[in-house]
Design a protein around this ligand. Sequence first.
Ligand SMILES: Cc1ncc(COP(=O)(O)O)c(C=O)c1O
Length: 360
Amino acid sequence: MSRVYNFSAGPAVLPEEVLKEVADEMMDYNGTGMSVMEMSHRSAAFQEIIDTAEKDLRELMNIPDNYKVLFLQGGASQQFAMIPMNLMKNKVADYIVTGQWAKKAYQEAQKYGKANKIASSEDKTFSYIPDCSDLPISPDADYVYICENNTIYGTKFKKLPNTKGKTLVADVSSCFLSEPVDVSKYGIIYGGVQKNIGPAGMVIVIIREDLITEDVLPGTPTMLTYKTHADAGSLYNTPNAYCIYVCGKVFKWLKKMGGLEVMKQRNEEKAKILYDYLDSSKLFKGTVVPEDRSLMNVPFVTGDKEMDAKFVKEATEAGLVNLKGHRTVGGMRASIYNAMPKAGVEALVAFMKKFEEENA
Ligand SMILES: Cc1ncc(COP(=O)(O)O)c(C=O)c1O
């Protein structure tokens, strides 16, 4: 077996321990004589899997009792429509546009009501987070929307925006479970799981109960109504059962590692190794203003496209894979999610130093 260090932004590296466990249980899950892939989602065995996953996630994130946890399909992108369809009672919402994913959500919301762009960092290629302490929040806004960690550009909100009392909705796809959060500050926290938690094809939505109503926009499909899934314990239809099972394993792994406070320390330590080197390098340069740097996604460039391509090629040959930046920005990006070991980041920095010496 030969494993690489996988710096993909998502689908992304998973803990080896979890991969081994699910491999061991592939033919016979817990004496059932079948794989979780083959199991009815109405079986007692699966009910226990989903209940345990939810319980462990609640414990990890300290989710208050007045929030529901939903395991839904359609990825994070489906939420771009589902949020306005369910929350736009006044048909007004404010969007802070800090990257492509926030922009897509903002554009989608325009189909359902008046979506206002109240702040943006597009003027500098989304390389910073705008000051959100006193924004022109619309008096009748149903919610204020952010993408908390910008996967493509490598920025992170270090402080939540002042929403002036309005409901905060956050896409946390690429920082999910990377550090503790105060769930009570949000109306909805949601994220695709394929970055920090599990296989692709599922989104976890943590939603305050008062936001789950039958009063949705006319024409909202049953499947896109939060109430449908909340009432059915995420089992209205056949869920992504295998994904829920793997996510549950990752929650157990996170608990065993010591929980989110410990993950935060580990993530800070890992990111510092890379950022410190970027700050000292003469060849490579980080693209984000230091105060808004993400702990999860670290974009960097040499300033020369050919040199970037040479770096990505040689790194791949050295077993450091998926370092090419997003197709819209170029350069490089190292995604260093929870499951990326410190040794992986050290190996990357050692390789970068060597590359810098050879190409000085
Ligand atoms: C922050 C963020 N939001 C949304 C998405 C879209 O997720 P999905 O492909 O699950 O729809 C991504 C995917 O990379 C992302 O990084």
